[in-house]
Design a protein. Structure first.
Length: 273
């Protein structure tokens, strides 16, 4: 019984000693962490507001905000370590010693960071552009430190790592502001050439998305035994590519039916063996 009481007394004295020596530091560290995180959030929001008011490039804003936020969090961590009595010089030395191992483990992340810098410097695309890359097509929503976010035409969010993105082929659909919609229509050879061309031209001229200051092409591309193929090339704004595409398909079918433009007749080949 006495041994248990002595053990309890020793534990109590150790707790009191620990609380006396480190209690204040722990409370201060928790307070520093709480206030620091709030302050970092406030600084990040303030910086975002300032950049927006000064019309800083939208491509750069998410990158800078992520960089500033990460740097401030590292500084907060060093400050808390110092408050707890950990020598910051030793802390930095440990980070430096582990830097090589961390660098090797995070090669992909470092490549993504470098890719983000290259994208912001050379600007193959900007926020808001419609691009095709890595097998995806969508509008650029944000360019961050390690990745770029696309919103596809069916409203899905795609996150692409900046490393592969900066070294692969990118099709920027929005760069020129206008784009050509190419379609091929096959009709039977029994249809009159001029009537067929006029039918196609009527749909192109009526398309509300077709640019009025551009020449649109309706050309015979190929003559087959029982059919003719027409290349239809319509210029439109980059943002209305798909609207133009589907308008032409739907209204071309209606116009062909109205004008009696017929599909190719099936052919039967008979061979003697």
């Amino acid at each position: 019984m006495e041994n248990a009481q002595e053990s309890a007394q020793r534990i109590y004295e150790q707790v009191i000693t620990f609380a006396t020596l480190y209690g204040g530091r722990i409370v201060l560290a928790i307070l520093t962490l709480t206030v620091g995180l709030w302050l970092i959030g406030w600084i990040t929001r303030l910086l975002s507001t300032i950049m927006t008011r000064r019309h800083v490039d939208r491509d750069v804003q998410p990158f800078l905000l992520s960089l500033v936020n990460g740097t401030l969090r590292v500084l907060l961590l060093l400050s808390i370590a110092s408050t707890l009595g950990v020598a910051t010089t030793s802390f930095v030395a440990i980070i430096g010693a582990a830097g090589l191992a961390v660098g090797l483990a995070l090669q992909g992340s470092l490549a993504n960071f470098a890719g983000g810098v290259l994208i912001l410097i050379f600007k193959p695309f900007r926020v808001g552009d419609l691009i095709s890359a890595q097998g995806f097509t969508g509008h650029v929503e944000a360019i961050r430190i390690f990745d770029t976010t696309l919103v596809t035409l069916d409203n899905k969010t795609i996150i692409l790592p900046n490393g592969p993105l900066s070294t692969s082929a990118i099709t920027n659909i929005s760069t020129k502001g206008v784009i050509r919609v190419d379609q091929v229509y096959t009709v039977g050879s029994q249809n009159d050439i001029d009537i067929t061309a006029a039918s196609i031209r009527a749909v192109v001229d009526a398309c509300p998305y077709a640019l009025k200051d551009r020449d649109h092409d309706v050309l015979i591309a190929r003559l087959n035994a029982n059919s003719r193929e027409y290349d239809v090339r319509v210029w439109t704004k980059s943002d209305t590519y798909w609207e133009t595409h589907y308008y032409l398909l739907e209204n071309m079918a209606r116009q062909f039916g109205k004008d009696g433009i017929q599909a190719p007749k099936p052919q039967l080949y008979v061979t003697n063996e």
